[in-house]
Design a protein around this ligand. Structure first.
Ligand code: MRU
Length: 346
């Protein structure tokens, strides 16, 4: 099963906040339910957020009783506002909404025909994500060699996408081509996407994985236990890669130890009109830090900082692997001018 699927006018997905302990399948019936699932981290990961946003608009279109195309467009705009307000950092969410709205505005037909068009466009976004991830995997596997030990952070796997994954897509493709590789996964405090999701996915694929805490990265690099880093991205901007909190620290450590630092991201994650300073970094609730699960570990009253993402300056990035190929840092300037600049509404 894909991580997200349109089934008979509903959206079927897995509650990622409960994995791996429980596999709870969610059937989401309207845009508000999708927004709620995004806010509560049941649906997460940049490309999956894009697909979910697209399907949220598809649900609105499917349920609509609007009698005119204009009325349905107004309902879609309203749903877009609800989804835009869920999580601010991953660009894919905004990219998918803008793609659906722009195409819907250019579609002329009855409200029913427009609704079918929107559902079809959301499905296309989901299908394209799978194809793009396989291409990222194919390109990126060329950078991974037999015997490599790859460190990854957070979860940029099938669960973070519609299927296959970006960073884990590269690892899967390398493994499937017969390279005997191993993976080190960071636990990824505070939401533990590495410990809960990446380890689960890699074990299911039969790829050897060792779990470490985030603070062990310097140790494993100094001991030469890993020789490559591959992570995903929530936004690639002009001067940085924005990804899960802790990515920047890993990139600096990788540079210190002369370890290549690769970023896997589809071009739908690129936001090249912006710089890191302009991007809203999502701040999540203090309880994620003061508690482990439902158990309080810090004393009452402590101040907490809980940014969900950080920005890694491009100077630390060896290459970005997207569906178009491998973009080495030295070629990024040329690359930047070759892809269309999109302006996103916040
Ligand atoms: O807070 P999350 O779990 O949505 O953060 C996910 C990440 O940071 C991933 O690395 C990123 O979205 C890339 S997923 C292919």
């Amino acid at each position: 099963m894909r991580t997200i699927e349109w089934q008979n006018g509903t959206l079927v997905t897995i509650d990622q906040s409960k994995l791996p302990k429980e596999t709870v399948v969610l059937t989401l019936k309207n845009c508000e339910e999708v927004a709620d699932a995004i806010r509560n981290m049941k649906i997460r990961g940049a490309p999956l957020l894009g697909a979910a946003a697209a399907f949220a608009l598809a649900l609105t279109a499917h349920l609509s009783e609007a009698e005119s195309r204009e009325r349905l467009l107004a309902e879609l705009e309203k749903s877009a506002e609800i989804i835009r307000a869920t999580r601010p950092t991953a660009i894919n969410l905004f990219w998918a909404i803008d793609r659906i709205l722009n195409k819907a505005k250019g579609f002329f037909g009855s409200s029913r025909e427009l609704a079918a068009f929107v559902v079809n466009e959301a499905q296309k976004i989901a299908d394209e994500d799978v194809a793009v991830n396989h291409l990222i995997g194919k390109h990126g596997a060329n950078l991974i060699h037999d015997g490599d030990v790859v460190l990854t952070h957070c979860n940029a796997g099938a669960l973070a996408t519609v299927d296959y994954g970006t960073a884990l897509g590269i690892i899967r493709a390398a493994w499937d081509s017969g390279k005997k590789i191993k993976v080190f996964a960071t636990e990824t405090r505070p939401q533990l996407q590495g410990a809960r999701l990446t380890v689960y996915e890699l074990q299911q694929a039969g790829i050897p994985v060792t779990l470490i805490t985030d603070s062990m990265v310097g140790y494993v690099m100094a001991k030469q236990l890993v020789n490559k880093v591959v992570v995903g991205a929530d936004r690639v901007v002009q001067d940085a890669v924005i990804n899960k909190i802790g990515t920047f620290t890993i990139a600096v450590l990788a540079r210190e130890h002369s370890i290549p630092f690769f970023v896997a991201a589809p071009t739908s994650t690129f936001d090249l009109t912006n710089k890191a300073n302009n991007i809203i970094i999502e701040q999540r609730k203090p309880e994620e830090v003061t508690h482990i699960g439902s158990v309080r570990i810090a004393t009452e009253g402590v101040d907490v900082l809980n940014p969900a993402f950080d920005a890694t300056p491009l100077k630390y990035v060896t290459a970005i692997i997207c569906e178009q190929g491998i973009l080495y840092r030295n070629n990024l300037v040329k690359f930047k001018s070759s892809i269309p600049k999109r302006v996103y509404k916040r």
